[in-house]
Design a protein around this ligand. Sequence first.
Ligand SMILES: Cc1cc2nc3c(=O)[nH]c(=O)nc-3n(C[C@H](O)[C@H](O)[C@H](O)COP(=O)(O)O)c2cc1C
Length: 232
Amino acid sequence: MPLKKMLLSAALLGLFAVLGTALVAFTYENTRERIAQNERDNLLQSLHALIPPELHDNDPVADRIEVSDSALLGSRMPQQVYRARKDGTPVALALTAVAPDGYSGDINLLIAINHDGTLAGVRVTGHHETPGLGDRIEVARTDWVLGFSGRSLANPAPEKWKVKKDGGVFDQFTGATVTPRAVVGAVRNALLYYQEHQEQLFGYAPDAAAPAVPAPEQPGEGKPMTPENTHG
Ligand SMILES: Cc1cc2nc3c(=O)[nH]c(=O)nc-3n(C[C@H](O)[C@H](O)[C@H](O)COP(=O)(O)O)c2cc1C
């Protein structure tokens, strides 16, 4: 190929690369805001499914803090706490937590707790459980997860915070006990976390990262539910 043709091809290639990059950058800039707004709207919708909008007058998405407690919240990663208040008075909060002992690893949860310590509701926000077996924790598939609403650390009694197969009150699924067992344990741990930190959780300024909480060493009933102490 003559040199002139080669140079022309190279210049054309370069031009297309620059144009392509500029187009991607332009599209990204223009959609970034919209994507952020959509994510925010989706989050608010998820929160309102658990904490009805008429119960609060603040913006729980903005009234957010980060907390860390790998033992009770199931992850080394910071978790989010969204607070709902009416006239400045705490109404409820929703926190993210992880059940690390699902059949296929982490199960991500959004757990809403009323100020009095009763559960406003629980939703599974992400998981890798087996379709047809473990995925029955999704509210889109069964109403199993709705059974947590109104429960608290005292309801049922601590020794009954287990799936029925382990002597507790919560249903397992036919052929799939591991997944619901993991979720029941994570929800109870989140309630323990709330019990220990209730007042501080409503006290931190929005967007604050609450101090990391060391793993508690509590024997007996307050002990975090782990795969070791939930079986049988
Ligand atoms: C391919 C395969 C996928 C499975 N997926 C799940 C699952 O997602 N969730 C679950 O709880 N059990 C799942 N199970 C069943 C568990 O291995 C286990 O038998 C069941 O949860 C009962 O547990 P248990 O013996 O502790 O009662 C799966 C089994 C197989 C063979």
